[in-house]
Design a protein around this ligand. Structure first.
Ligand SMILES: Cc1ncc(COP(=O)(O)O)c(C=O)c1O
Length: 353
């Protein structure tokens, strides 16, 4: 099967880019120091490759991800880096010895739910500035005592500086990581334990306070992260077909739209083109500024690479990843070589809840 044969829209992975991204990350965070976040890619086939590179502990965001990783034999050390009240399915995995499961807790209710379900290990989740989950740093010690009193092992703390990872200015990213991690350090002093878990792709080389990095996006990267100038390369596109063109108005239309793209970080990119807008099933794009439509080689039936601004919600919309040896290109023009062979297919098997 070649790219030309795939029904579109379809996710395409540049395997060479993926391997390079993993190698770069692994140099700085070898083995268990990297706890890849599976929410980014939701595929146990991809996770198996990270495990083969020595990264055998993983972060999950949903119970379904924990279950799927355990079923795939990747349950050596799974952290559900998220709060849950319906912990029963996690307790069942622990009782069956199907996985080592640690769950994040930030309240008496989540501690009670973990203990009642038979989960044995927790991390105290600390709010380090992202107004999402996590307790106030000053409450972490008390919650750890409460968890221990409930019979749970407290492995340490986690705190995700999600408000910092995407900051365009590296100096601001550096300063705010330090501020966030000072809060996590304060909480860790009160909690104890070996684990200080946090960080993301955007702070991968700035966060020097943690014992393990929770990054996931670095594997396949997206255009939002690519703007930060990180040493990772975009390795995932949504392959589309040009289904219509308009020479009078000067645009082309690909069959990739809101329903096959995560749009929360903005419009996707098409190389050698200006994206006008996306609608349900379409991306309308024209020549780059300064190029006349007549000089722009985009024709009905061409295959185009549409590069998503945010990979996590994009991948969650699709059933599989079609893998080529890579790179996806050429990245100088809008249309890509449709003769590239699809060498593998990875199911996106960790979707839903
Ligand atoms: C809890 C948690 N940790 C880490 C990450 C890091 O992910 P990324 O590699 O996308 O920066 C995320 C992503 O949103 C997250 O939710």
């Amino acid at each position: 099967v070649r790219l030309a044969d795939l029904p579109t829209p379809a996710l395409v992975v540049d395997h060479e880019g993926f391997r390079a991204n993993v190698a770069t990350m692994g140099d700085r965070w070898p083995g268990a120091a990297l706890r890849p976040h599976v929410k980014a890619f939701k595929s146990t086939a991809l996770a198996h490759q990270l495990a083969a590179s020595g990264h055998t502990g993983f972060c999950c965001a949903t119970i379904r991800e924990v279950e799927g990783m355990a079923a795939a034999g990747l349950g050596a050390d799974l952290l559900l880096a998220n709060e849950v009240l319906d912990a029963g399915r996690l307790g069942a995995l622990v009782r069956a010895d199907a996985a080592r499961v640690t769950v994040a807790v930030d309240s008496p209710e989540t501690i009670a739910a973990a203990a009642a379900a038979g989960v044995r290990e927790v991390l105290i989740d600390v709010n380090v500035g992202l107004p999402r989950c996590g307790c106030d740093p000053g409450d972490a010690g008390r919650l750890a005592d409460e968890a221990r009193a409930a019979g749970l092992t407290v492995r340490g703390v986690m705190g995700y500086e999600g408000h910092v990872v995407g900051l365009a200015d590296r100096a601001a990213r550096t300063d705010q990581t330090a501020t966030a991690m000072a809060l996590l350090g304060e909480a860790h002093a009160a909690v104890g334990g070996d684990v200080v878990s946090g960080g993301g792709t955007g702070t991968w080389d700035l966060n020097t306070w943690i014992t393990e990095l929770q990054a996931g996006s670095f594997t396949l990267l997206d255009t939002a992260y690519d703007e930060l100038g990180l040493p990772f390369r975009p390795a995932l596109c949504v392959l589309g077909t040009v289904i219509s063109t308009n020479a009078t108005a000067g645009y082309a239309v690909a069959d990739v739209g809101l329903k096959s793209l995560g749009m929360d970080h903005g419009n996707p990119l098409v190389d050698g083109a200006t994206v006008w807008f996306c609608s349900d099933e379409h991306t309308t794009f024209g020549p780059p500024r300064g190029t006349a439509y007549g000089d722009w080689p985009v024709r009905v039936g061409d295959r185009v690479a549409v590069w998503p601004a945010h990979i996590d919600p994009t991948i969650a919309l699709h059933a599989q990843l079609s893998v080529i040896d890579g790179p996806i290109g050429p990245r100088t023009g809008a249309t890509i070589d449709p003769t590239a062979e699809v060498v593998d297919t990875w199911p996106v098997d960790l979707r839903n809840w």
